[in-house]
Design a protein around this ligand. Structure first.
Ligand SMILES: [Zn+2]
Length: 311
């Protein structure tokens, strides 16, 4: 680069390549001194495993497998602009980490099981857990073959991170546990809830118009949240399991747009009740997080993923 301007950026010195600057191909002699891309990567970022990441880490890179991809969520920033965030869970041989992908990074094509390399994420902590943020300054690429080979296979990762538990052994802090049971109750009298696209709180229908009490605004097109509560039973006990969003879609084998259409067409929020009731008697295996329900004073499960359903 010739005639670029230097300028102090947020974290580093930036080079500004404007109209007066010129980009020319280096000569063979000049190229000799340029390190290879692998050398550059090694010098810029230090490799860490998931368990080694610490809050505030800078210039790190990690390689892991995508084990869960959630739907993107839109939100409104303080300055009124729209933002979008998508949660992706990534695992390696040492643990699991939640990654928040922001804005254009939410469009990164990802598949469950993919081995990916993340360079320069922000490492922060939320509720005492380390998380990473994938934003504009983060590079995401497919892991190279030699990097992917060092990771456990997707099946091995699943075995490692999803501890199988019987209902009676479940504790309120349990995360990512694998539970198998027979559905003994399934409630389909209402499965769709209208949410405010700005603040993600429930909206109320007043005179055929959706109103968000939090934002104090009329909502033209609400977002929908699908919830299917069930009770499952194994030989040790029973427990309430709630299926949200994708997990709920997997459970009844229908996608959201289809469900919205059915409910809008019939005008009956309980029009899937029979379909949901048909789930009773089936044995399911789910990956779930436990939590303590203060109101009912009991431990419940939030299903994150339906692993298996036996008809
Ligand atoms: Zn709102």
């Amino acid at each position: 680069m010739e005639n670029a301007r230097t300028r102090l950026g947020n974290y580093n010195m930036d080079l500004s390549i404007g109209r007066p600057a010129r980009i020319v191909k280096p000569s063979a002699e000049e190229m000799v001194d340029i390190p290879s891309i692998n050398e550059i990567e090694d010098s810029l970022y230090s490799s860490k495993t998931i368990s080694e990441l610490k809050e505030g880490d800078n210039n790190v890179k990690m390689v892991g497998r995508v084990i869960n991809i959630y739907d993107p969520n839109e939100f409104q920033r303080g300055d009124g602009t729209k933002g979008i965030v998508r949660t992706v869970e990534i695992a390696d041989g040492t643990g699991v980490i939640r990654a928040s992908f922001w804005d254009e990074k939410t469009e990164t094509p990802l598949n469950i099981g993919d081995a990916i390399k993340i360079e320069n994420p922000r490492v922060n902590s939320r509720e005492d857990k380390i998380e990473i943020s994938v934003g504009r300054n983060t590079n995401i690429t497919n892991a190279k073959t030699e990097e992917a080979e060092k990771l456990p296979s997707h099946d091995d990762i699943k075995e490692m991170i999803y501890k199988t538990k019987k209902i009676d052994d479940i504790e309120e802090e349990d995360k990512n546990i694998k539970v198998t049971g027979q559905i003994v109750e399934a409630y389909g009298n209402r499965v769709l809830y209208e949410m405010c696209p700005n603040c993600n709180k429930r909206v109320n229908l007043v005179d055929n118009t959706y109103i968000c009490d939090i934002c104090g605004e009329e909502i033209e097109e609400p977002n929908y949240l699908m919830i299917i509560p069930c009770v499952i039973e194994d030989e040790t006990g029973t427990m309430r399991v709630t299926f949200f969003r994708t997990a709920a879609e997997e459970l009844i084998g229908m996608k959201m747009p289809e469900i919205i259409e059915v409910i809008q067409k019939t005008g009956d929020e309980g029009s899937l009740e029979d379909k949901v009731s048909d789930l009773v008697g089936h044995e399911i295996t789910v990956i779930a997080d436990a939590s303590f329900d203060e109101y009912n004073e009991e431990i419940r499960l939030n299903a994150k993923k339906l692993v298996d359903i036996k008809m």
